[in-house]
Design a protein around this ligand. Structure first.
Ligand SMILES: [Zn+2]
Ligand SMILES: [Zn+2]
Length: 216
């Protein structure tokens, strides 16, 4: 007798018993990797479906890739909690869900007071076939012209507002943290010139500047 495929139905939400959490489409989840030595997979649930009895629950997911899973590998500017929204879709058993997580925008991630285990951020979409990123350009900072890695301490120049890695301006992170004011090399030579030009002025305006700031 020919086996007929039982009709499957779409669920609005599903209670994952073993983690005692309810998941629904749009949620981000951690999923058990096939290779146990690997970190959990990060995915966004697109659809949840079950058989007519409500059993055999499957989740349709769109994978987030970690930098080391991308063709280009992890780069220096990639944050430890960075993931890329890929074009790679999959269907997985709901049993492989290990927990819920949050994938923040880059901006909201940099504003978090504390980064928890379940916090990630995404600033790139990733084409899993070509290895291309969207956007393919991002703002770069410092003398090294690197995109910003939110894990790194950076100091801001009060002249040009660019941000610098302590190492790139020959400082230790501790020295950078103690800085009250910072002018980069080109801005300090600029202000030297200005000082010389205006040395007859009765007083040089005493600009109030923020003390050192971190980008998060
Ligand atoms: Zn740098
Ligand atoms: Zn500067």
């Amino acid at each position: 007798m020919a086996k007929t495929k039982a009709p499957r139905r779409t669920l609005d939400s599903y209670s994952v018993k073993h983690i005692n959490r309810t998941v629904k489409p749009g949620d981000c989840v951690l999923m058990r990797p096939s290779d146990t030595g690997k970190p959990s997979y990060v995915a966004r649930i697109e659809r949840i479906e079950a058989d007519s009895r409500g059993a055999n629950v499957k989740v349709h997911v769109r994978w987030y890739y970690r930098p080391e899973e991308s063709i280009g590998g992890r780069r220096q500017f990639h944050g430890s909690k960075e993931v890329f929204l890929s074009d790679h879709h999959d269907v997985q058993s709901a049993d492989t869900i290990e927990g819920k997580c949050t994938v923040h925008s880059f901006k909201s991630y940099t504003k978090l007071d504390a980064v928890g285990n379940d916090d990630f951020f995404c600033r790139f979409e990733y084409n899993s076939a070509t290895g291309a990123f969207n956007p393919d350009r991002v703002a770069v900072y410092c003398k090294c012209e690197m995109p910003y890695n939110p894990d790194d301490l950076m100091v801001q120049c009060e002249g040009c507002s660019d941000w610098f890695h302590p190492a790139c301006i020959e400082m230790t992170p501790e020295e950078a943290k103690r800085l009250d004011h910072f002018f980069c090399e080109s801005c300090s030579s600029e202000s030297q010139k200005k000082l010389q030009n205006s040395h007859n002025a009765s007083r040089i305006s005493d600009t109030k500047v923020d003390t050192k700031r971190r980008r998060r």
